[in-house]
Unconditional design. Structure first.
Length: 98
């Protein structure tokens, strides 16, 4: 092995370790009600995804606004969130026009 291949191997290991540290963990509040006693489902996820651009801008300047509800129902909320965000951002349909 050359010193260059060892350096590349170490660089890859460091990059993979950094990326693994950014991976999402489990949601401890899944299926647990919030302060109002409600759990966000598909329809609220769809709404949160649709208003994502506006909420993102507001959340940069306010600590009381979040773009994602942690007290959610899990997969259905996530699906609604992604679907709502895809509807607002175009969903990749613009690329198929050409």
């Amino acid at each position: 092995m050359t010193s260059r291949s060892i350096a590349m191997g170490l660089l890859c290991l460091i990059v993979m370790s950094l990326l693994a540290g950014c991976a999402a963990g489990p949601n401890q509040f899944k299926d647990s009600p919030d302060d109002n006693g409600s759990v966000a489902g598909f329809w609220l996820g769809l709404w949160h995804g649709a208003v994502l651009p506006i909420t993102l801008l507001i959340s940069l300047f306010s600590d009381s606004v979040n773009i994602y509800a942690v007290h959610n129902s899990g997969g259905w909320y996530n699906f609604g969130f992604l679907l709502g965000a895809a509807i607002v951002w175009g969903g990749g349909g613009a690329a198929s026009r050409e």
